[in-house]
Design a protein around this ligand. Sequence first.
Ligand code: FO1
Length: 323
Amino acid sequence: MIVVLAGGVGAARFLSGLVQVVDPSHITAVVNTGDDTELHGLSISPDIDTVTYTLANAIDPERGWGLRNETWRAMESLARFEGVRPIDSQAAPRWFNLGDTDLATHFYRTARLREGATLQEVTDEIRHAFGVGISVLPMTNDSVRTMVHLEKETVPFQEYFVRLQHSVPVTGVDFVGASTATFIDESVLKNADSIVIAPSNPIVSIGPIRALPGVEALLRSRRNDTVAISPIVAGAALKGPADRMLVELGHEPTVVGVARMYADICSTLIIDTQDEHLVSAVEREGVKCIATDTIMSRDGVAAVLAQITVRSTPRKGGLQWHD
Ligand code: FO1
């Protein structure tokens, strides 16, 4: 079993390459839920849906989130209430775009959670409904919410990322609920043949998973079987605010900075060829370093990157994959 610690878009793209080189039944994605939010009374799990929709080839290719061929009639129809909504009302927010067919997923998840299903159960039902072959696990069934500290206020992650367009400096992040949450399943990390840290935001996508009780120690114990892929290429994030967040939170926004953040829990870091000149600097952090093409927006790159990734971890347990 290959276990992939995953956030949103970059992780989803990597997984879409991995399923081309490894039998999907041998892949488990442990997905960040710190981005989850409740809007319109609906329980929304963006990173889980991005992974599920991408592997179902149903993702909108331009946005990297939500469903392709989407319509927005429900969201447009909310506009009429903005004129009558009391000033302090949270009703009918339109800054977070929920497409009409995407809403169906949130209706189903919300209703099942209200019936007492766990997030793990309903996530498994949804990935089956979308015909996804890998196991998709939320990092926990408990409520963990990434709160982003800005200069003058603290906001939930999606308000930082979407409403404020992550255009404001961050002074800190907290994963509220993490210290009392239960990691979804320790045996997944204990028994994995290899563990991959996907090219996700090290702070707000991988950070929440690491913050769950017992996970950091487990990952340290599996360091030799763990490989990470840098989400930073040539000092920048390919998507989202990872590079700025690294700087704002005191890290170096380079593959060396990423190596420092992951050195305790992974033995190999895969970086892009644009950073090839930093291979020795990464290895000085005590992490083996492989430079290859990691820009998965180009066709075929995700599968090759996945192949290099699985080859770079010891093939424990004789896991079969097609070379
Ligand atoms: N990202 C945006 O930039 N704008 C949006 O309006 C937006 C809506 C949205 C709805 C459902 C969903 O699953 C994801 C959505 N995202 C949107 C992306 C989301 O904020 C990010 O994918 C993750 O939270 C960060 O990885």
